[in-house]
Design a protein. Structure first.
Length: 249
């Protein structure tokens, strides 16, 4: 496995496959407290290999191969890692595929690089999810945050560690919430499980209203949770990636 050292001096596992049949690359971004080496990125990689597309995936600072540095990293670091990769590694145009927090980072990337981003696939995308954490924090968790600089949240899907640095930097990158405020005009597919305990499925309907693109598809999967790791979901992910790629071929 290749290691990539970022400008922030964090070094994480990294994979880059150059495009073969055209100049389009798929950039996969994993979720919060996750990594880039599970079932969903494997599905996306398989599509890229079949179609001769480029493919990029990597762990954020403090995640996966760099998990011991989680407390040193924050949302600004992760955002800048993504921007660094698309500016310095990816050649030509690209499609963002992002899971959970990776969906938020994908949307931010699409807004920053409108001339190069050809599509976005959000997998249980969680833009602005720091605001939901703020709403449900208990007095005990708030005390823990003030004392230790972090607290934990557990639901039916995951346990998350929330640091003060993450809250501060994530809030600074929250997108404005309101109809047609997210200036993204490329095709967007949002795939959402209706049994998601981390992102209520109703949230994706709000996000759909915020995105300006007229080429927007929302897929609600009745029996899927936040992980989106079942084979039916894999088929939907595959179809969405191929659909967006075909628009540009």
């Amino acid at each position: 496995m290749t290691k990539y050292t970022f400008n922030s001096h964090f070094a994480t596992d990294f994979e880059y496959i150059e495009p073969k049949n055209n100049n389009l690359t798929i950039v996969y971004l994993h979720g919060f407290c996750s990594d880039a080496w599970g079932h969903k990125p494997a599905v996306v990689k398989n599509v890229c290999e079949e179609l001769g597309l480029g493919f990029v995936r990597f762990d954020y600072a403090g995640h996966g191969s760099d998990y011991e540095n989680f407390a040193r990293a924050d949302f600004e670091v992760w955002k800048n890692q993504v921007f660094e990769v698309v500016e310095n590694v990816v050649k030509g145009d690209f499609v963002m595929v992002g899971a959970s927090m990776g969906g938020w980072l994908s949307l931010l990337t699409a807004i920053k690089y409108p001339e190069r981003v050809r599509g976005v696939v959000g997998l249980a995308a969680a833009p602005n999810f720091v605001r939901r954490f703020e709403k449900i924090i208990t007095d005990e968790q708030n005390s823990e945050l003030n004392k230790n600089g972090y607290f934990k949240i557990t639901n039916n899907d995951f346990t998350y560690t929330i640091t003060a640095k993450f809250i501060e930097t994530a809030k600074a990158s929250c997108l404005p919430e309101g109809e047609n405020l997210w200036k993204i005009d490329c095709p967007v597919h949002l795939i959402q499980g209706m049994k998601d305990a981390s992102v209520p499925w109703q949230e994706v309907l709000k996000y759909a209203q915020y995105i300006t693109s007229e080429k927007l598809v929302v897929k609600l999967l009745k029996d899927a949770n936040h992980r989106l790791n079942d084979e039916k979901t894999a088929s939907e992910i595959r179809d969405s990636v191929i659909n967006i790629v075909n628009i540009w071929q």
